[in-house]
Design a protein around this ligand. Structure first.
Ligand SMILES: [Fe+2]
Length: 217
């Protein structure tokens, strides 16, 4: 296999395995895994920092992409009480739509690319992420997205919420017509506005909302 073919194969393989699609029932323990499990959410524990704070600047920030600030609140299941101490793990494509790798990345975590990181909500439930606008996968109908996996301090396992999608993405409505969103944790669709040269969006998450097996239900 020549270098170009090998490179293309690696890219396609990475695209194929990087989404957090729900795992099949045979891979889960029904009733035991809150949220039903997902393929890749557990990678949040690889290189998990000991100190995680409520504001993070992603590794993609200086990569030349469109600067993007996403901030919001994580709320308890009642939809109003702020939830402090919740870890949000994010991973996303780069400005070309790839989960681009770097030599220093952990072998297992490579599938999430180098733009991955963690936030922990502050006492008021807030978090802020400075990153870049991800591009959709090349030659694909899937809208651009940022994956999120949530680990609450009092729950035994992590679960994924709806990915962050962008209202101005032309791929969004055609895709949602075919695959309506689950609204896990609430809608993941954000409206983007421009502050100077930075895109800014708000994204709140309601813990447990539309999460199967969530203990308060
Ligand atoms: Fe993805």
């Amino acid at each position: 296999m020549n270098k170009k073919v090998l490179s293309t194969t690696i890219v396609l393989y990475t695209l194929a395995i990087s989404c957090s699609a729900p795992v099949s029932p045979s891979n889960t323990q029904p009733g035991k895994v809150i949220g039903g499990g997902c393929d890749g959410c557990e990678l949040m524990y690889i290189n998990l920092p000991k100190q995680i704070v409520s504001v993070d600047t992603s590794a993609g920030w200086n990569s030349g992409g469109q600067p993007l600030k996403i901030s919001g609140k994580v709320l308890k299941a009642d939809g109003t009480t702020p939830a402090p101490g919740v870890i949000i793990y994010y991973w996303q494509t780069d400005k070309e739509g790839y989960y681009a790798n770097r030599p220093y990345l952990n072998e297992k975590a490579k599938r999430h690319g180098y733009i991955r990181g963690w936030l922990k909500t502050a006492a008021d439930g807030r978090y802020t992420l400075y990153t870049i606008r991800p591009a959709p996968y090349p030659d694909d109908s899937l809208p651009a997205h940022i994956h999120l996996s949530i680990k609450e301090p009092d729950l035994p396992n992590e679960y994924y919420t709806d990915e962050i999608n962008f209202e101005d993405d032309p791929l969004l409505i055609p895709y949602f017509k075919r695959y309506p969103p689950e609204n896990r944790g609430g809608s993941g669709v954000v409206q983007v506005s421009l502050q100077n040269s930075m895109q800014v969006a708000e994204h709140n998450i309601v813990l447990g909302l539309n999460i199967p097996g969530y203990p308060d239900k």
